[in-house]
Design a binder for this molecule. Structure first.
Ligand code: G4P
Length: 527
């Protein structure tokens, strides 16, 4: 098949949701439809039990499970679908943000009872930064949820995106009857079934005035559905592919993942409208997926769980051309060539050696420490792919070495863990104090545990009173130097050597901003 043909076949996406909205369940049902798994219950939740956050076995389990389910490739109809998993636990949000840089679109799951929750708002912010196309699946219609119109209004208001329902629920909870697909003009009647895939119970109702509606759902529900369809078509502009693909409008589906209900409608529409691998930007130019030369970037690193084998798997998103196993590729950051003879692809639950991969695919490369998140591989061209920003962490703690004999091991361990993106390290200009910043408290336990068990280094973390790490810039070089000189006690370097201002409080940051109007402060490393 031609490169263009391979690209047209591919859909690479991620599912995001607030924990418990039904991401794992939906993933499993999608894999069932794709024939990638045979029975329900095969996909393990990658959630850490929220009641056992300090249980290291749980953390290890999480790491083990997440490599197996990090990327799930499956075929559906004539498409090759790559589903990239994102961690459910919010302490690993940074990992989710990075995974979102490797997808071409996103499915957002919302629980119809709880509506839009805080974690969803944060994830959507990341999607909006990159104009990632979003489809919404409103889940758990078998429960008494909020009014569908209210839910849609809430999504628009809280997530700052326009919506366009492409299916509509007929009642919900105990009296849930089914959904009408506005996209395919089909009525699907609800049957609660957790194990089977009901693929042919839908009835084509091209004209909503068809009298069969009364026979199928009764007079009252038929009348309400007609009113709703009229209202929806009147209130929302007609679905337009371009506004979806530019991330302005999110098509919405309703269903119940646990009952396999509404999932196929979502999937069928998804393969129709979701974008295939899109062009991407490097520091120097825009790269089209159809270019003959391979290039891609690392968005995730996974350490081997066995401490005797320190190799890691780097997840590379293929952006252009064809990746061939055994070929030598150019590592832009190190300005060096490397050969990767053991590339793996991820098919549903398993890993398998592959010979070639195409744009949209994710390849796993075994690495002994040469690759880190954000690295670009190519056939020789210089320039890194853009779009793996670091966000300012929320919690900061100073690293205190508790075993002076193991300083080297500590430094190495910290560097490698930071390459994996477990947390961010800031080194103060003054005194070389090292500060680790994370999104959640759980990472500190993970880091301490892994430093000890994998590197034989021990440390403790001293709390620090910091509000944010702000990257800063200015067009005026002199003003920038003045600022650094005046605030040198509070200036640190991030992992890439970029200068960061460590702000102690919101009020203080505001004051500094007022006093240095020529300096721009940023909460992400890419600006
Ligand atoms: P997550 O990955 O987004 O965190 O959510 P997950 O799929 O694990 O689902 C969270 C809970 O919601 C699970 O129940 C799951 O069974 C349930 N659920 C998912 N889809 C639906 C649905 O359509 N309707 C209803 N009523 N429930 C749904 P649990 O009790 O936490 O786990 P389990 O014992 O059922 O597996």
């Amino acid at each position: 098949m031609s490169l263009q043909g391979e690209i047209d076949k591919r859909r690479t996406f991620g599912i995001i949701s607030h924990p418990d909205a039904g991401k794992t369940t939906l993933t499993e049902k999608l894999l069932l439809f794709g024939g990638a798994i045979k029975t329900a219950g095969a996909v393990k939740s990658n959630k850490i039990d929220r009641h056992a956050t300090s249980d290291f076995m749980e953390i290890e389990k999480q790491r083990g499970i997440s490599v197996a389910t990090s990327v799930m490739g499956f075929n559906y109809k004539d498409r090759k679908i790559n589903l990239l998993d994102t961690p459910g636990h919010q302490d690993f949000a940074e990992d989710t943000y990075r995974t979102l840089t490797a997808v071409d679109s996103v499915v957002l799951v919302v629980d119809c009872v709880k509506g839009v929750e805080i974690q969803t708002e944060k994830l959507m912010e990341v999607c909006r930064m990159r104009n990632t196309p979003v489809m919404v699946f409103i889940n758990k219609l078998d429960r008494e949820g909020q009014d569908p119109y209210d839910l849609l209004d809430e999504i628009e208001a809280k997530l700052d995106i326009k919506v366009r329902p492409l299916s509509w629920p007929i009642s919900m909870g105990k009296t849930f009857k089914g959904v009408y697909s506005l996209y395919e003009k089909k009525l699907k009647l609800f049957t609660a079934s957790k194990q089977t895939l009901d693929t042919d119970s839908d009835v084509l109702i091209e004209d909503i005035n068809d009298p069969r509606l009364e026979e199928l759902i009764g007079d009252n529900y038929a009348e309400t559905l007609r009113e709703d369809v009229e209202l929806v078509d009147g209130a929302y502009p007609e679905f337009d592919l371009e506004t979806y693909r530019s991330g302005e409008v999110a098509p919405v589906f309703f269903g119940s993942a646990v009952n396999n209900f509404g999932v196929q409608e979502l999937l069928d529409c998804f393969i129709d409208i979701a974008p295939n691998p899109i062009k991407r930007e490097t520091e120097v130019r825009i790269v089209e997926p159809t270019e003959s030369k391979f290039s891609g970037f690392v968005f995730k690193i996974h350490a081997n769980m066995d401490p005797k084998h320190r190799n890691r798997i780097a997840f590379v998103r293929v952006c252009a051309g064809k990746f061939k196993r055994g070929d030598t590729y150019y590592h832009s950051r190190l300005d060096k060539k490397f050969r990767f003879s053991n590339a793996t692809a991820f098919m549903a639950q398993s890993k398998e050696i592959i010979d070639e991969a195409f744009p949209g695919d994710i390849v796993g490369l075994y690495d002994t420490g040469n690759l880190k998140i954000g690295d670009t591989l190519s056939e020789g061209e210089k320039g890194m792919y853009k779009g793996i920003p670091s966000f300012s962490p929320e919690i900061f703690r100073e690293v205190i070495n508790t075993d002076a004999m193991k300083t080297k091991q500590l430094d190495k361990g910290l560097t490698q863990l930071m390459d994996e993106g477990v947390a961010q390290l800031f080194t103060y200009e003054m005194g070389s104090r090292k500060v680790v910043g994370t999104v959640g408290a759980l990472q500190f336990e993970v880091i301490q545990h892994r430093l000890l068990h994998e590197y034989g280094a021990s440390c403790r973390f001293a709390p620090m009173n910091l509000f944010k790490a702000c990257w800063f810039s200015s067009d005026d070089k002199k003003k920038l130097e003045e600022f650094i000189k005046s605030k040198y006690r509070h200036v640190a370097q991030d992992k890439d050597g970029k200068m960061v201002f460590m702000a102690e409080s919101r009020a203080w940051l505001q004051m500094v901003q007022d006093n240095f109007p020529d300096i721009s402060f940023h909460f992400t490393s890419e600006f």
